[in-house]
Design a protein around this ligand. Structure first.
Ligand SMILES: [Zn+2]
Length: 476
C-alpha cells in the first residue's frame, strides 16, 4: 500500500518538471526553500536507525541532495525497506516529491519522513506534515541527505531559452502589443477645443487638433501652447483653409498653405507640427506630395488598408447624433476586428463650430472604446503614425549573453529622425516556470516593465537601444 500511494506522486512530479522552463530543475523550486528545511530534517534525524534505510532511497532521489544520502549507513531494519518507497519520492522531482512524502509517512522510517518535508523545500513541507506520522527517527538521517538537495537554489531560473522563443522576437503591430489603434482629431481650432481636450484627459487620453494659423480664431496661441504642454497634438490644417482642388495654386501658394503654415505653428507653439490634414479632405497630387515631404504623415479618409476606418464625428454624414454614434461605434468594431486604425474626424462640441457633436456623444463613444482597452491603443495621430512608420523598419537583434540572459538591440534600417519613440518588443513565452520572472534593463541599467499576457512577454524600448533580458527568481 505504501508504494501504491507513492507512485502517483512520482508521476505527477515528473510531469511538473517537464512543464517548467527550468528543465531538470523541476525540483528546484522546493530546493530553494529547502536550505532551511534541510536543517529541520537533520533535527528530525534523531529518530530511529531503521528508518535510515529509507533515507538511502532518498539519496537516490534527490539529485540534489543525494550526497547527504550518506546517511544511509545509519539505516538498517525493515523500516528501510519501506523507505525504498521514499526513493521513488525523490525521483519525483521536487515539489511533487513532497506529495510522495505522504507515502513516506507510511514508512517505518517515518520520523525520517518528517525530515523529508524539509527536503522538499517549502512545497514538500506541507506533505511532510503527513510524514510526521512516521514513528521511526532513523528515517530522519536520510533526511539530512535531503538537506543537501537544498543546495541547488540558483538552478531555478537558469535557462532563458526554455522560457522564451528567442528566435521569434518581434516588434508588435501596435504599442503595448495592442491589435488595433484609434486616434481622435478635431479640425479648425474651434473655441471648444480646450473642453474637448479636458474630456479626453479625463479618460486618460490625448487628442489631435488641426489648426489654421491664418484664421484669427486660431491665433490665441496661449490656448495651443497650453494644450501642447498637456500632451495633445497641435497639427497643421493649412494656413487659410482653402479648397486645394478648386483653388488654382502656384508653388508659392502651396508653400504658404502647407510649409509656411507648419513653420508658423512651430514658431508660436514651440513644437513642430508633425502631421497635416487637408481641408475638406481635398488634395491634388502636387499638394499631397508637398504635404508628405514636409510632414511625417498626412491624415487620409482612406489609406488603402482594409482595417482603416475614418469616422465622421458630425451629423453631416449621418442622420442625427444617435445615428452617428451607432455608426462610429460600428466602425470602431470593424477597425479592431481588422487589426486596423480608427481615425475620428470632428470639429467642435455642444453647439460650437461646424456640425458639432456633444459632450454626451464623446463620453458615450469613449466609454464604448474603453471596452476595447485590452486590444486598442488610443493615441494622437502623430504618435500612431510614427509607430506605424517605424514598426516595419526597426528590427530586434537578439544575442545570448549567458544561459539566463540575452540582449535585444532595436536595430534595423529605420529613420532615426522619425523613430524616436519607444516601440513594443514581443517575446513569445514557451513556458514560464512559477517562481521565475523576466527582468529587462535598458543600456543605462534602468529597469523596463515587462508584461506577460496571452503567451507573449513584451517591453517598450526606443530604436537604437539595447535591452538586456534576464530570467531571474521572482523574488529578486
Ligand atoms: Zn477644416
Amino acid at each position: 500500500m505504501i508504494r501504491a500511494s507513492v507512485v502517483p506522486a512520482v508521476v505527477l512530479g515528473m510531469s511538473l518538471g517537464l512543464a517548467g522552463c527550468g528543465g531538470g530543475g523541476g525540483d528546484s523550486i522546493p530546493n530553494l526553500a529547502s536550505s532551511s528545511g534541510g536543517s529541520v530534517n537533520s533535527s528530525a534525524g534523531s529518530g530511529g536507525a531503521n528508518a535510515n534505510t529509507g533515507s538511502s532511497a532518498q539519496t537516490g532521489n534527490a539529485d540534489t541532495g543525494s550526497k547527504p544520502g550518506t546517511a544511509k549507513p545509519a539505516g538498517g531494519g525493515q523500516g528501510g525497506a519501506e523507505n525504498t518507497g521514499s526513493t521513488e519520492n525523490t525521483g519525483s522531482t521536487g515539489s511533487t516529491g513532497s506529495t510522495g512524502n505522504t507515502g513516506n509517512t507510511g514508512n517505518t522510517g517515518n520520523t525520517g519522513n518528517t525530515g523529508n518535508t524539509g527536503n522538499t523545500g517549502s512545497t514538500g513541507n506541507t506533505d511532510s506534515a503527513g510524514g510526521s506520522g512516521s514513528a521511526g527517527g532513523t528515517g530522519s538521517t536520510g533526511n539530512t541527505g535531503n538537506t543537501g538537495g537544498s543546495s541547488t537554489p540558483d538552478t531555478t531560473c537558469v535557462d532563458i531559452s526554455r522560457c522564451l522563443n528567442l528566435s521569434s522576437v518581434n516588434v508588435a503591430r501596435y504599442k503595448d502589443n495592442k491589435r488595433a489603434a484609434a486616434s481622435y482629431t478635431f479640425d479648425d481650432g474651434y473655441a471648444t477645443s480646450p473642453a474637448i481636450a479636458t474630456l479626453f484627459e479625463r479618460a486618460g487620453l490625448r487628442a489631435t487638433f488641426y489648426i489654421v494659423p491664418g484664421l484669427v480664431a486660431n491665433t490665441d496661441w496661449t490656448i495651443w501652447q497650453d494644450l501642447s504642454r498637456r500632451g495633445h497634438e497641435i497639427a497643421n490644417h493649412s494656413m487659410t483653409h482653402p479648397d486645394f482642388v478648386a483653388t488654382p495654386m502656384t508653388d508659392q501658394m502651396l508653400d504658404t498653405e502647407i510649409v509656411q503654415s507648419q513653420r508658423l505653428i512651430e514658431q508660436k507653439v514651440g513644437v513642430r507640427p508633425l502631421t497635416f490634414a487637408f481641408p475638406y479632405h481635398l488634395s491634388t497630387p502636387r499638394a499631397m506630395a508637398l504635404a508628405q515631404q514636409s510632414h511625417m504623415a498626412v491624415r487620409m479618409m482612406d489609406n488603402g488598408e482594409p482595417g482603416y476606418r475614418f469616422a465622421f464625428f458630425d451629423t453631416d454624414h449621418g442622420t442625427d447624433l444617435a445615428g452617428t454614434l451607432s455608426t462610429v461605434n460600428r466602425q470602431l468594431d470593424e477597425a479592431v476586428q481588422g487589426n486596423g486604425w480608427f481615425v475620428a474626424g470632428g470639429h467642435g462640441i455642444d453647439g460650437d463650430g461646424w456640425s458639432p457633436v456633444t459632450t454626451d456623444f464623446l463620453q458615450k463613444h469613449l466609454a464604448y472604446a474603453g471596452t476595447y482597452a485590452s486590444s486598442l491603443w488610443i493615441d494622437t495621430f502623430a504618435n500612431v503614425s510614427r509607430y506605424r512608420l517605424c514598426r516595419d523598419t526597426v528590427k530586434p537583434d537578439v544575442q545570448a549573453l549567458s544561459a539566463n540572459k540575452a540582449s535585444v538591440k532595436l536595430g534595423g534600417a529605420y529613420n532615426a529622425a522619425t523613430c524616436t519613440a519607444p516601440m513594443t518588443v514581443t517575446l513569445p513565452v514557451t513556458a514560464m516556470k512559477e517562481g521565475c520572472k523576466l527582468r529587462a534593463r535598458g543600456a543605462d541599467g534602468s529597469e523596463l516593465p515587462v508584461v506577460i499576457q496571452g503567451g507573449v512577454a513584451y517591453f517598450n524600448a526606443k530604436p537604437g537601444e539595447t535591452v538586456s533580458v534576464e530570467l531571474v527568481a521572482a523574488g529578486k
